[in-house]
Design a protein around this ligand. Structure first.
Ligand SMILES: C[S@@+](CC[C@H](N)C(=O)[O-])C[C@H]1O[C@@H](n2cnc3c(N)ncnc32)[C@H](O)[C@@H]1O
Length: 366
C-alpha cells in the first residue's frame, strides 16, 4: 500500500469519489485519513457524504437524508461544485461485489470509532447484498470539465482470452497527458491502436476536439464492448454525422496488426496515432513495430505523430520496443512526466510516454 498524504475533507471526498467510480483496488483508498476524520465530531456526516459521493444511494430515510443534505449544504463553501455529480455516474455504478466490499470496509471503519451506529450504511449494504452480480460493471472517470467518461468493462482483468476488456493505467496516464496537451489532437484525425475499453480515445474526444477519431482493436468482444462504450458516451458511430458540429466523427475499426495492409492504414489518413499498454509481450511488440514501420513507409510525406504509453512492469519492458524502433529507423523520445494527477491510477507505478517520429526527418531522443 502506498503511503497516504493526509488530506483535508474536500480532497478526501474527491479521492473516495474518483477511486470508487473507477473501481480502484480498495487498499489504495486513503483509509488512514478517513479513520482520523471519523474520530472528529463530524465523522458521521463525512461518512454520509462519502455514501453520497460514491453514489451508493441506500434508501436513506427522511432524517438521514436531512442530515446528509445538512452536511452537503454546510460543505458548499468548502467543496463548491465538487459535490455535484455527473448524471452518467449516477446511472452507472461499479460492480455489486465491489460495492459490497467497499461498504463492508466503510462499516468496519465506522464501527472502530465510539459513535452512534449509522443506519444508512447498513441499508446501503442490504441493498447491495440483494443486487445481482454480473460479469460486466461500469467504471467512470471524471474529467476536469465536470464531464466524465463512463465505460462498461469486464469485472475480470483477463477474460475471453484478452486484456482489452478493462482500462489499464497507461491508458489513464496517456489520457491525462492528452488533456494537458489538447492542441496535439484538436482538428486532427486520430487513430488509436489497441483501444481496449476506449478510455483514452473517449477522453480525447470529450476534451481535445479532434476532427475524427478512429478507435481500433482486433478482438471481437473488445470491439463489441468498445462500440457500446462509444455510444454510451454520446458519440454516434460510423457513417452517422454528429449532430453537434464540434463533435468528432467517431469510427470503431477492426484492425489486426498482423493482418493490416499499408493501403488500409493509409486510408485512415491519420495525423496522430496513439496506443496505450500494448507492449505487454514480445510478439505483440513486434507486430506493433511492423504497423509503425508500414505507417512510416506509406505516409512518408505526412507521417503521423505517434504517442505510445506503457507501464514499466519489469526491467525489460520497453527494451525490445526501443531496439526494434532503432532497427526500423524510427526516432523516439521519452516525454517528461506530467504533473497533473487527474485519474486514480497507482502513484507508484512507472508509466512512460514515447513520442515517435516516423518520417525520420527529425533526430530526437536517445
Ligand atoms: C492491455 S490491453 C490495452 C487496452 C487499452 N489501450 C488500455 O490501455 O486500457 C491491449 C490491447 O491491445 C489489443 N491488441 C493486442 N494485440 C493486437 C493486435 N495484433 N492487433 C490489434 N490489437 C491488438 C488487445 O486486443 C487489447 O485490447
Amino acid at each position: 500500500m502506498a503511503p497516504e498524504n493526509h488530506e483535508g475533507p474536500t480532497s478526501l471526498l474527491q479521492s473516495f469519489e474518483r477511486r470508487f467510480l473507477a473501481a480502484r483496488a480498495l487498499p489504495t483508498f486513503p483509509w488512514q485519513s478517513l479513520e482520523e476524520k471519523l474520530r472528529e465530531p463530524s465523522g458521521s456526516e463525512l461518512l454520509l457524504a462519502i455514501l453520497q459521493k460514491t453514489n451508493i444511494p441506500a434508501s436513506l430515510d427522511g432524517q438521514e437524508r436531512a442530515c446528509e443534505l445538512r452536511f452537503l449544504h454546510r460543505a458548499v463553501p468548502l467543496h463548491g461544485n465538487a459535490t455535484v455529480k455527473h448524471p452518467v455516474c449516477v446511472q452507472h455504478l461499479p460492480s455489486v461485489k465491489y460495492a459490497r466490499c467497499f461498504l463492508s470496509k466503510l462499516i468496519k471503519k465506522h464501527e472502530a470509532v465510539p459513535t452512534e451506529p449509522l443506519d444508512a450504511l447498513y441499508e446501503a449494504l442490504a441493498e447491495v447484498l440483494m443486487a445481482k452480480e454480473s460479469t460486466q460493471c461500469h467504471r467512470s472517470y471524471l474529467l476536469p470539465s465536470g464531464d466524465s467518461v463512463t465505460l462498461s468493462e469486464s469485472t475480470a482483468i483477463v477474460s475471453h482470452g484478452t486484456t482489452g476488456l478493462v482500462t489499464w493505467d497507461a491508458a489513464l496516464y496517456l489520457a491525462e497527458w492528452a488533456i494537458e496537451n489538447p492542441a496535439t489532437f484538436t482538428d486532427r484525425t486520430v487513430l488509436e491502436l489497441g483501444s481496449g475499453a476506449g478510455l483514452t480515445g473517449l477522453a480525447i474526444c470529450k476534451a481535445c476536439y479532434p476532427r475524427a477519431f478512429i478507435f481500433s482493436d482486433c478482438h471481437d468482444q473488445v470491439l463489441e464492448q468498445l462500440r457500446g462504450n462509444v455510444l454510451l458516451n454520446g458519440f454516434p458511430l460510423e457513417l452517422h454525422t454528429p449532430t453537434d458540429p464540434s463533435s468528432p466523427k467517431v469510427t470503431v475499426a477492426e484492425l489486426d496488426w498482423d493482418e493490416v495492409t499499408a493501403s488500409q492504414l493509409s486510408a485512415f489518413q491519420a495525423d496522430v496515432v496513439i496506443a496505450a499498454d500494448v507492449l505487454y509481450c514480445g510478439e505483440v511488440t513486434l507486430s506493433l513495430v511492423r504497423v509503425l514501420k508500414m505507417l512510416s513507409d506509406c505516409q512518408r510525406k505526412n507521417a503521423p505523430d505517434v504517442y505510445v504509453s506503457y507501464t514499466i512492469r519489469s526491467q525489460d519492458t520497453g527494451k525490445l520496443f526501443i531496439t526494434e524502433l532503432d532497427r526500423a529507423g524510427i526516432y523516439w523520445e521519452e516525454l517528461p512526466p506530467h504533473a497533473s494527477k487527474l485519474f486514480p491510477y497507482e502513484e507508484y507505478s512507472a508509466i512512460v510516454i514515447l513520442k515517435l517520429v516516423l518520417n525520420g526527418c527529425h533526430s530526437v531522443g536517445k
